[in-house]
Design a protein around this ligand. Structure first.
Ligand SMILES: [Zn+2]
Length: 115
């Protein structure tokens, strides 16, 4: 199973835009009416955060941190609400930036799909 994990890790780091800013992508389906009038949409995502056990160092004293596996980071479930402005079309991409508590700043790119 190791190669699969490696691929996932590569995919994750490929999304990292440098300076600790990660970009996550999501797709949201709206009805034509919602797209026309604008809507507030909840979005659940996991965001990278600093490991609470080792504070991001990846080790405790001289031992690798068991909680984060030595990476210094973990993923934190986070729910946010974002506002879709009125008049969006199918394929519109909206960008948001969030900084959840104890987490890195995360950029979110949401692609709108209108039914
Ligand atoms: Zn840790």
């Amino acid at each position: 199973m190791a190669p699969i994990v490696d691929r996932m890790r590569e995919a994750f780091f490929a999304q990292t835009g440098g300076a600790g800013v990660a970009t996550r992508r999501a797709e949201v389906e709206l009805t034509a009416r919602q797209a026309d009038q604008g809507v507030r949409v909840p979005l659940d995502l996991t965001v990278p955060h600093t490991c609470p056990a080792c504070g991001g160092r990846g080790e405790l004293w001289t031992d690798p941190c068991g909680l984060c596996g030595g990476s210094g980071a973990g993923l934190l479930p986070h729910r946010l609400h974002f506002r879709v402005p009125p008049g969006v079309r199918n394929g519109t991409r909206l960008r948001y930036s969030v900084t959840p508590p104890h987490a890195f700043e995360t950029h979110i790119e949401v692609r709108i799909a209108v039914q």
